[in-house]
Design a protein around this ligand. Structure first.
Ligand SMILES: *Cc1c(COP(=O)(O)O)cnc(C)c1O
Length: 243
C-alpha cells in the first residue's frame, strides 16, 4: 500500500508537539501557583495551510487560533473547521481594514494606538456589537515594533476607557528578541506589573482578565511571570515558510 507518508508524519509531529507544549504549559502554570486550565494555548496559524490547522482543531483539542493578517485569514477561514473555535487577530491592523475583519474575529489582540482603538470602537458601534480587545505594549521600547510605548500609555488608557463599544480585556506583548534570560524575564515581569496596575484602576469598559505573552521560544518563562494566554506557532506547526 502506498501511503502519503510525508503528510502523515507531519500530522504526527503536530499532535506530538501539542502534547509536549500542553504539558509544559501545565507545568509552568502549576509552578506559578495556578491551575493548568488557567493558561490558554493559542495556535498561531499564519502561513500554515488549512489542512494542518484543521488537523490541530479536529484532533488535538485546539480551540483558539491567532492570525496576523486580515487578508490571509479571510482567504483561509471558509476552509477551516471553526465551530466552537475562538479566532483572534494578533498582527498589526490598519484602520482601513477594521470593518472587513470585525465580523469574523472574537478578539483583536493587537490594538496598538488610540487611533486604531477609535476605529474599532466606531465600526463596532455601527455593527451594534462590543468588540473584545487587548492593548499591545511595546515593552522593549523598540522603534521597529508597534504597540503603545510605556510613557504614553497611561494617558491613552483614559481616552480608550471612553470608547463604549470596546471591552478591553487585557494586555498583549511581543518582547524584544534577546539572549539574556534575565532581561527577558524583566520584560515579562514589567508587563505583569502593568497588567495588575491597570486592573486596579477599574476603568470604564475595562474588564481585565487576559495577559497575552509568550511564544514558541519563551512561553514557559512568560507563564512563570503571569501570562495566561500563550501564542505558539512554529513549535506546533514547524518553521514557517513565507511565500
Ligand atoms: C507569529 C507570532 C506568534 C508565534 O510565534 P512563534 O515563535 O512561531 O511561536 C505569536 N504572536 C504573534 C503576535 C506573532 O506574530
Amino acid at each position: 500500500m502506498i501511503t502519503n507518508s510525508c503528510n502523515d508524519s507531519v500530522y504526527i509531529d503536530i499532535s506530538e508537539n501539542i502534547k509536549v507544549i500542553k504539558s509544559s504549559v501545565a507545568e509552568a502554570a502549576i509552578k506559578s501557583g495556578r491551575n493548568p486550565d488557567d493558561v490558554r494555548l493559542m495556535a498561531v496559524t499564519k502561513t500554515v495551510s488549512f489542512d494542518k490547522i484543521n488537523f490541530a482543531l479536529d484532533n488535538c483539542g485546539i480551540d483558539l487560533i491567532g492570525e496576523n493578517k486580515v487578508q490571509e485569514f479571510l482567504s483561509k477561514k471558509d476552509e477551516l473547521h471553526l465551530d466552537g473555535v475562538e479566532k483572534h487577530l494578533i498582527g498589526h491592523l490598519q484602520t482601513n481594514k477594521v470593518k472587513k475583519i470585525l465580523p469574523y474575529v472574537d478578539m483583536i489582540q493587537s490594538v496598538d494606538s488610540v487611533r486604531l482603538a477609535d476605529a474599532i470602537d466606531k465600526a463596532s458601534e455601527k455593527l451594534g456589537v462590543v468588540t473584545n480587545v487587548l492593548l499591545e505594549v511595546n515593552i522593549g521600547g523598540e522603534d521597529s515594533k508597534t504597540g503603545f510605548d510605556k510613557a504614553a500609555f497611561i494617558n491613552s488608557l483614559h481616552e480608550i476607557s471612553q470608547m463604549s463599544s470596546l471591552s478591553v480585556k487585557g494586555l498583549m506583548t511581543i518582547p524584544p528578541i534577546c539572549d539574556d534570560d534575565l532581561l527577558l524575564e524583566k520584560y515579562f515581569a514589567d508587563m505583569h506589573d502593568y497588567y495588575n496596575e491597570i486592573k486596579e484602576m477599574k476603568l470604564q469598559n475595562f474588564d481585565f482578565n487576559i495577559l497575552s505573552m509568550g511564544m514558541s521560544g519563551d512561553f514557559y518563562q512568560a507563564i512563570l511571570h503571569g501570562s495566561n494566554l500563550v501564542r505558539v506557532g512554529s513549535a506546533i506547526f514547524g518553521a514557517r515558510i513565507y511565500k
